[in-house]
Design a protein. Structure first.
Length: 131
């Protein structure tokens, strides 16, 4: 009888740990990220990830708002925005910052986000969490 109770406790404990580990991934991603690349002494991109599954970009010297929703799938942060669907003229500022089609995709590694490139992920101009 005691072994049965102990086994049940161990199973419940393991399940609760798995549940908590699964839930904390999205909480860890929430906050502000600044680009490691600089444009006129400012980060070339600031990404703010909100708790309500929304995000917005702050792009220096660009007045257009880039807002949308985000989802975390395994170790990939996927951002979707109507602004990513708009075809831009060649010499206008970029509103989309990765090479993924119609969305921005970042690889999450600790406090860094690496941009999706045509082949894999780019280690240049990564985003660093600051908040």
């Amino acid at each position: 009888m005691r072994k049965e109770v102990t086994v049940k406790k161990v199973i419940l404990y393991c399940l609760s740990l798995l549940f908590m580990a699964g839930c904390t991934g999205e909480k860890k991603i929430i906050g502000g990220y600044y680009s490691s690349c600089v444009l006129y002494e400012r980060p070339d991109l600031v990404l703010i990830i909100e708790e309500d599954s929304t995000f917005y970009y702050e792009i220096p010297f660009v007045k257009e708002e880039v807002k949308g929703t985000w989802v975390l799938i395994k170790d990939s942060l996927i951002l979707s925005s109507p602004a990513f669907e708009i075809k831009r003229e060649r010499l206008t500022p970029m509103l989309k910052h990765t090479e993924a089609e119609k969305r921005d995709v970042y690889l999450v590694r600790k406090k860094k986000l690496f941009r999706k490139a045509k082949e894999g992920f780019s280690k240049s101009c990564y985003l660093l969490r600051v908040k």
